[in-house]
Structure formats: structure tokens, C-alpha cells
Design a protein around this ligand. Structure first.
Ligand code: NAG
Ligand code: NAG
Ligand code: NAG
Ligand code: NAG
Ligand code: NAG
Ligand code: NAG
Ligand code: NAG
Length: 226
């Protein structure tokens, strides 16, 4: 009787440990935000001396961020492995130089390092360093945001402006999921500039889902894309 009781207790304990383990390893993030930036806007609002050679007119990767609905800033800076340049093998490196350049100061490696250490470490349970960078590049390749907008006649313009839903609808028509937009407000002119397009992916970073995080583009205001 006693042995039965204690072995039952042991079983319960084992289950508890098992569940705690599962919960703590899968609970750190819920979905991914795949963030692409419009380099001219990044440079316009950058405090760093922008690299003039990098006035790219295509959306490039800012980062792949494991995210969580309850806490917008978390998770970040998790206790995973630190960035290791040799994990980004040369062939991948040359791809990332196109899709994930550091448009602000031109040190691509440093940009990848900071994105990995701040965000990648939080999804290492699912994607190791190599997979994290490969998957991001594939996402960038799969939906060409610049092309999608171009097809909808949304191209950089000094005179024309767009509504939030103009831009979102164009992307949604192609990706079948709702993206989220991030803007920067010019303190002098008060104008909103399109800065980033966010696509959301489920936990495995394979299937796209709707984004529902509140955008930083105001509600009704016109958006400039320059
Ligand atoms: C969201 O992140 C916070 C902080 O890391 C964490 O305490 C919370 O459990 C997370 N929520 C979910 C649903 O994972
Ligand atoms: C994570 O680390 C970066 C770089 O050191 C820092 O800028 C950021 O504030 C940190 N985030 C949190 C939530 O501590
Ligand atoms: C970086 O990765 C390489 C290849 O996987 C490995 O040999 C090396 O020990 C790693 N370096 C560090 C500092 O972890
Ligand atoms: C670029 O950043 C990497 C990683 O932080 C660093 O090791 C390297 O020295 C930097 N290169 C230059 C030219 O500053
Ligand atoms: C994406 O579309 C833009 C605009 O049409 C084009 O310049 C660029 O080469 C395309 N990128 C890729 C990787 O196909
Ligand atoms: C852009 O339009 C062309 C011509 O209609 C079409 O073939 C292409 O698939 C479209 N690309 C995107 C990314 O919407
Ligand atoms: C976003 O969607 C998630 C999952 O469906 C849900 O838990 C969360 O409450 C939603 N957040 C907002 C702001 O609608």
C-alpha cells in the first residue's frame, strides 16, 4: 500500500516536472513577428551617420522576433547561445548581405549579432542560429514586399500619400494574412512615414498568421512613403 502510494506520488511528481519543463520551454514565446524595414526611412530618422552607399530602395530585414501577445517587449535577451559568426556559413552570409544589411552603419555582422542576441536567443528552442538566419532569408524571399506594393502602385513618392488600409490591403491580397505596419513621425512636420512592414508567423515560423498588434501608424492619418 505504502509502495503504491509513494510510486503514485512519484508518478505525479514526474508528471509535474515534465509539464513544468514543457511549459517553460514552449512558453517563452507564442508567435513570430518578421519585421522588414524601408531603409530610406530608417536612415532619415537615424541618429547614427547613415551609410550613404546604402540608400536601398527595397524592403530589407530588420529581424525575426519571437513574440508574445501579453507583453510587447518580451521576450528578449534570453539565455541562449551567443552569436557565432561561423554558424552563418559563407553562402548564407552572401544571401544575408542582400536581404539583411545593416542600413544604418554598414556593419552587417554586428547587426546580425545584435538581432540574434536580443531576439534569436529567445526562439533557440525551435530554431538554432543557422536555421534562424536561413528561415528569415526565406521569408524575405517568399513575399517580396517591395514588389507587392509596386504592383499596387504604391511606390515612393514626394507628393502622394496613402491610408493605412491602402497599404495593408495590398499586402493582404497577396499574403492572405493581415500584416502590421510601423511608422515614424517626423517631429518637425508631424508627418507619418512608413518605416516597417510586419508579417506574423506561428510558433514554428512556417505558417503565416494574422498580426494583431496595434500598429504605430496612427489610425486615420495619411502615411508617406518616400
Ligand atoms: C509573455 O512574456 C512574459 C515575459 O517574458 C512571460 O512572463 C509570459 O509568461 C509570456 N506569456 C506567454 C503566453 O507566453
Ligand atoms: C536587451 O539588450 C539590448 C542590447 O544590450 C538592450 O538595448 C535592450 O534594452 C535589452 N532589452 C531588455 C528588455 O532588457
Ligand atoms: C562557433 O561555432 C563553431 C562551429 O559550430 C564551433 O566550432 C566553435 O567552437 C563555436 N565558437 C564558440 C565561441 O562557441
Ligand atoms: C563589425 O562587427 C563585428 C561584430 O560585432 C566585429 O567583430 C567587427 O570588428 C566589426 N567590423 C568593423 C569593420 O567594425
Ligand atoms: C523585389 O522587387 C523589387 C521591386 O520590383 C526588385 O527590385 C527586387 O529585385 C526584388 N527582389 C527579389 C529578391 O526578387
Ligand atoms: C506583380 O504583377 C505581375 C504582373 O501582373 C505578376 O506576374 C506578379 O506575380 C506580381 N507579383 C507580386 C509579388 O504581386
Ligand atoms: C491577438 O490574437 C491573440 C491570439 O488569437 C489573442 O490572444 C490576443 O488577445 C489578440 N490581441 C489583440 C490585441 O486583439
Amino acid at each position: 500500500m505504502t509502495t503504491l502510494k509513494s510510486s503514485t506520488a512519484l508518478l505525479v511528481l514526474a508528471f509535474a516536472f515534465f509539464f513544468c519543463f514543457i511549459m517553460s520551454t514552449t512558453g517563452s514565446y507564442v508567435y513570430f513577428q518578421f519585421v522588414q524595414q524601408w531603409p530610406p526611412t530608417t536612415c532619415r530618422f537615424s541618429s547614427k551617420p547613415s551609410n550613404q552607399q546604402r540608400r536601398l530602395q527595397i524592403f530589407t530585414i530588420h529581424g525575426l522576433w519571437p513574440s508574445n501577445y501579453s507583453n510587447p517587449r518580451m521576450p528578449s535577451n534570453c539565455t541562449g547561445s551567443q552569436f557565432n559568426f561561423t554558424k552563418v556559413y559563407p553562402q548564407l552570409r552572401s544571401k544575408l548581405k542582400k536581404s539583411w544589411p545593416d542600413v544604418e552603419s554598414g556593419n552587417d555582422t554586428r547587426f546580425w549579432e545584435s538581432e540574434w542576441n536580443k531576439h534569436g536567443t529567445c526562439s533557440e528552442e525551435k530554431l538554432n542560429q543557422m536555421q534562424y538566419f536561413e528561415r528569415s532569408h526565406e521569408m524575405w524571399n517568399f513575399h517580396n514586399i517591395t514588389k507587392i506594393l509596386e504592383n499596387a502602385s504604391i511606390v515612393p513618392s514626394a507628393t502622394q500619400k496613402w491610408s493605412y488600409s491602402d497599404i495593408v490591403s495590398a499586402i493582404k491580397a497577396r499574403t492572405q494574412t493581415t500584416p502590421s505596419l510601423r511608422c515614424k513621425r517626423d517631429k518637425k512636420t508631424q508627418l507619418l512615414h512608413l518605416h516597417e512592414v510586419v508579417l506574423c508567423y506561428e510558433y514554428n515560423a512556417l505558417k503565416q498568421i494574422d498580426c494583431n498588434r496595434t500598429a504605430t501608424c496612427g489610425n486615420q492619418q495619411a502615411i508617406w512613403f518616400q
